[in-house]
Design a protein around this ligand. Structure first.
Ligand code: 3HC
Length: 292
């Protein structure tokens, strides 16, 4: 396998921008792509802001920040990924969009390039089937916030080449992450464990016998997780939580995985959590973690 030195990231939302940061900090050359010049610029803004915060906290020197920013180029054209050794797709969780992108990439990237998806809920097998070479398709599932959380699920289909799996696993270690290799099943490992817990917390909140703050205190102070379940659902994005519930429920028919009514309604009215400024909590501004 070729050494992975240049990577492309498609989709520069919360996850995509975080993934760009992880690669650039590890010294790889990165091409960040989103659908329009404005969205590509927004991606650059996310990286500048995130590394700027690290400089302000004294965790990164200004020279290192400049080096990280200098490793990334921004584009709105998939054709700029022609030289990539690996492409990670992190666009919204819509199967038709992902399949379109993977089909298009077939005609752009080199024959030996690895095509990865950061999907949190969709079938990797279905995505892989959209390409002429499904053996080079793999899942590379990061956790939010990607620059902080160390887990990377490396998801394989029946067709994924062992060499591709080995290369992606090695790369994850180079990034300072902990890879776990998992077959293509609804929720993979981490979401299959987490999402029913989050759905349970939302159902408790619906019954009204305990406040959202006290549910979160139980999860954080009592169980010892870094944040309570409703705060975490707002961080992940309620649309993403609902999508993972839908997929898990469809696959298992376990009532505990069914999306609670309140979750569905919040998604319908566009209260998606931190990213829109309102979810279970209201935030100072969209994207901030500061509760008003
Ligand atoms: N980008 C970069 N760095 C960030 C960041 C971000 N978005 N958010 C926080 N950080 C950094 C901070 O700068 C800080 O760094 P420092 O200690 O070097 O100064 C460090 O992380 C800790 O942040 P804070 O001090 O602001 O706050 P906390 O100590 O409360 O940590 C947290 C924040 C890292 C978000 C922590 O609460 C946490 O780990 N929460 C759980 C998150 C989690 O479980 N995520 C997984 C969700 S599931 C998922 O993503 C899968 C998907 O498919 C659904």
């Amino acid at each position: 396998m070729r050494e992975i030195t240049t990577v492309g990231v498609i989709g520069l939302g919360t996850m995509g921008a975080g993934i760009v940061e992880v690669f650039a900090k590890a010294g790889l050359s990165v091409v960040g792509v989103d659908g329009t010049p404005e969205l590509a610029e927004r991606g650059r803004g996310f990286l500048e802001a995130s590394t700027g915060r690290a400089v302000a906290k004294g965790r990164l020197s200004e020279e290192d920040q400049a080096a990280v920013l200098g490793r990334v180029t921004w584009s709105h054209r998939l054709t700029d990924l022609a030289g990539a050794d690996l492409v990670v797709e992190a666009v919204p969780e819509r199967m038709e969009i992902k399949r379109d992108i993977f089909t298009t990439l077939d005609g752009i990237v080199r024959e030996d390039a690895i095509l990865a998806s950061n999907t949190s809920s969709l079938s990797l097998t279905e995505i892989a089937a959209a390409t002429a070479q499904p053996q080079r398709v793999i899942g590379m599932h990061f956790f939010n916030p990607a620059p902080v959380l160390a887990l990377v699920e490396v998801i394989t289909t029946l067709l994924t080449d062992d060499e591709v799996t080995g290369a992606v696993r090695e790369l994850a270690v180079r990034l300072g992450k902990k890879p776990v290799v998992v077959g293509d099943r609804a929720g993979f490992v981490a979401n299959a464990l987490l999402i029913t817990y989050l759905a349970r917390a939302i159902r408790m909140y619906e019954t009204g016998h305990v406040s959202r703050e006290d549910i979160d205190a139980a999860g954080k102070v009592g169980i010892g997780l870094p944040m309570g379940p409703l705060t975490l659902a707002d961080l992940i994005g309620l649309d993403v939580v609902k999508e993972v519930c839908d997929v898990l429920y469809a696959a298992t028919h376990e009532p505990s995985a069914a999306p609670p009514a309140l979750l569905q309604q919040l998604v319908t009215v566009g209260r998606l959590g931190r990213k829109t400024g309102q979810g279970f909590y209201a935030y100072e501004k969209p994207g901030s973690g500061v509760v008003t």
